[in-house]
Design a binder for this molecule. Structure first.
Ligand code: PLP
Length: 450
């Protein structure tokens, strides 16, 4: 008997099952973690994850009954298509799958056949990965080619790749700024900018969201420092609003500051040629540093970068910790991004198609009586105010085959709950119209519309 128990203990209880660490410290840790998790559930801020069983795209299949908040399931474990019959009781046409309005797949390149083919080719030619950081033996010709392409796309001197834009943001401020310098940051900047700034030793100023008077006051205060860097998201992902870069650059010029923008929600589609917020607002020559992602419009795989003056990029290769101490981007990921940039540099047709669909959604929703925050951006927050309303409406939208997400406090300010809709170039006009129809039905049902 003791032998069977010992074998079970060695195996963690069952054949290959999880092993629970023993001891008082492990038990105390488990108790504390469970209590913290309970607090998160109690606060209503628990984030559940739906499991997708298809490629990323405008139409999705959900795995095993939808998972999490998908709700009205009934599918068997492992069945892939959410059965059309599931929607039959809600007066919508039969539709195999969910129409997805919550990915950052703005240009629909995540599952573009040429992007996938480029990834497969890179995988076959350059292997699965480098098992190395860049400066030891992790730099391949495709990494150099992609960096050159990114710099050319943004019309900058050079570029450096990271495993993510989170890393690019975490690695830049510390490498660039010293205690003699100052960084001025929009209060609603992305978490990765906030964390990157925390890591640096520069003097920190936080200005009110897109408030140019406040930025000017902070720039005046920061005149005593050697170097000033204004840091802002180009487009803010919760509100779909675009930073007033023209005014920011004018102030930067007046107070001798540099401008840094995070272009994760702009690269590839804002501006006449999709170069981003700086192109849209005519200040490409006034913004010094751009950080952006390969994980959204540019194929959606993963990866991030900094592009800007060559000496800055050279310094990041020497000093930026997430670059120095983390593995090189896998070849397949590099292949995806490289092909996505080729497609965008060949033609701006995809970006224009997305802009037209964004316009269709925004104008039809406004005509239906909804308030859509932001302007001309594919992030279209449908403002509802009440957290519960946003949550039940999002749930009911999914029941009608439309996948959207409700956001409420603490992700957005109290009283500003909303459902965020993200438009992609690969949505059809019919997809957009179905989404508007569903919003109208659900909005009437729950009292968001008269
Ligand atoms: N910056 C902004 C504004 C973002 O929205 C995101 C992603 O959510 C990031 C940075 C991080 O990008 P990545 O996913 O490449 O780490």
């Amino acid at each position: 008997m003791w032998r069977a128990a010992a074998v079970r203990a060695l195996r963690g209880g069952g054949a290959g099952g999880p092993r629970a660490a023993s001891g008082a410290a492990a038990a105390e840790l488990r108790r504390r973690l469970e209590s913290e998790l309970e607090d998160i559930r109690g606060a209503g801020t628990w984030k559940s994850e739906r499991v997708i069983a298809s490629r990323q795209g405008p139409h999705l299949r959900l795995a095993g009954g939808g998972g999490g908040a998908c709700g009205a399931g009934g599918e068997e474990e492992g069945s892939l298509y959410v059965p059309a019959v599931r929607y039959a009781r809600f007066s919508v046409s039969v539709h195999a799958g969910i129409i997805n309005f919550c990915a950052n797949n703005y240009l629909g390149l995540s599952s573009h056949p040429e992007v996938i083919r480029a990834a497969v080719e890179a995988l076959e030619k350059f292997g699965a990965g480098l098992s190395s950081v860049r400066f030891i033996c992790g730099t391949q010709s495709i990494h150099k080619d992609l960096e050159e392409k990114i710099a050319r796309f943004h019309q900058r001197e050079d570029a450096i790749l990271y495993a993510s834009c989170f890393d690019a943001n975490a690695g830049i401020f510390e490498a660039l700024l010293t205690p003699e310098d100052a960084v001025l940051s929009d209060e609603l900047n992305h978490a990765s900018i906030i964390d990157g700034i925390r890591l640096c030793k520069a003097n920190k100023y936080r200005y009110k969201h897109m408030d140019m008077q406040d930025l000017e006051a902070k720039l005046q205060e920061a005149q005593k420092h050697r170097l000033r860097l204004v840091a802002t998201d180009g487009a803010f992902s919760m509100d779909g609003d675009i930073a007033p870069l023209r005014e920011i650059c004018q102030l930067a010029q007046k107070y001798d500051a540099l401008v840094f923008i995070d272009e994760c929600h702009a690269t590839g589609f804002l501006g006449p040629n999709g170069r981003g917020t700086d192109e849209l607002l005519g200040v490409m020559d006034k913004v010094t540093i751009i950080n952006s992602t390969l994980g959204k419009a540019l194929g959606g795989a993963a990866g991030g970068y900094t592009t800007g003056p060559k000496p800055l990029i050279d310094l990041l290769r020497q000093r930026s910790r997430p670059y120095l101490f983390s593995n090189s981007l896998p070849p397949a990921v590099v292949g995806c991004a490289s092909k996505a940039l080729d497609l965008l540099m060949e033609s701006n047709a995809i970006a224009q198609s997305m802009a037209a669909k964004t316009q269709r959604f925004r104008s039809k929703m406004t005509a239906a009586g909804f308030t859509i925050s932001g302007k001309d951006h594919p992030i279209c927050p449908v403002m509802l105010g009440d957290a519960r309303l946003a949550s039940v409406m999002a749930e009911d939208m999914l029941n009608r085959g439309i996948y959207v997400i409700g956001f409420s406090y603490p992700v957005v300010p109290k009283g500003k709950a909303r459902i965020r809709v993200q438009i992609s170039a690969v949505h059809s006009d019919e997809d957009i119209d179905r989404c508007v129809e569903a919003f109208t039905e659900v909005g009437r049902k729950h009292g968001a519309l008269p």
